[in-house]
Design a protein around this ligand. Structure first.
Ligand SMILES: [Zn+2]
Length: 150
C-alpha cells in the first residue's frame, strides 16, 4: 500500500484502540491526502479555528491520551518537509502559536512538527502539520502524554 499520503504503520495508538488505524487505512485506500484543502473537510470533522494565508488551525480529532488541548496547525499547500516552509509561513506559524497560547491561556505544553520520511518521524499523515499539545494535569490518574517519533 502506498505511503504517499498516509503511513498505516504509524497509525496505531496506545490502549488497543484501532479506530484511528481504520480511518488511516480507509484514507490510504481512497489514495488522497486528507490534509490538502480539497479533502480536509471530508476527513476532518472538528471546527477550523483559524485560517491564515499558510496554515489552518484546528484540533486533533484523535487527541493524544492525557492531553487537555491538542491543536493541529496544518500547512495549506501540500508539502512534507520543513525545507519547503517559506519565511512568511514560518512567521505566520510563530504568530499562530502565540495566538493559541494567549487565546487558551496556555502556561505550558509541547510544540512539535514531524517532517520528511514518515518511517523516521512516526507521522501517519505525510502532509506537513504541527502539533501543540498541553497535558491535562488535573485529570484523575493523569500520566504524561506520549508522542511517537520514528
Ligand atoms: Zn496534502
Amino acid at each position: 500500500m502506498s505511503k504517499k499520503y498516509v503511513n498505516i504503520d504509524n497509525s496505531t495508538r496506545p490502549a488497543g484502540d484501532d479506530k484511528y488505524k481504520k480511518i488511516i487505512e480507509q484514507i490510504s485506500k481512497d489514495d488522497v491526502c486528507p490534509f490538502c484543502e480539497e479533502h480536509l473537510l471530508k476527513y476532518h470533522k472538528n471546527p477550523i479555528i483559524k485560517s491564515g494565508t499558510f496554515w489552518t488551525l484546528t484540533t486533533n480529532m484523535y487527541p493524544y491520551k492525557n492531553s487537555k488541548y491538542h491543536f493541529l496547525i496544518i500547512h495549506k499547500g501540500h508539502i512534507t518537509t520543513t525545507k519547503d516552509i517559506s519565511k512568511d509561513a514560518w512567521l505566520e506559524l510563530y504568530e499562530t502559536i502565540n495566538w493559541i497560547e494567549n487565546e487558551y491561556d496556555i502556561s505550558g505544553g509541547t510544540f512539535f512538527m514531524r517532517c520528511g520520511d514518515t518511517s523516521k518521524t512516526g507521522a501517519s499523515v505525510t502532509h506537513l502539520h504541527s502539533h501543540l499539545v498541553t497535558p491535562d494535569k488535573d485529570k484523575p490518574g493523569y500520566e504524561p502524554v506520549i508522542a511517537r517519533i520514528g
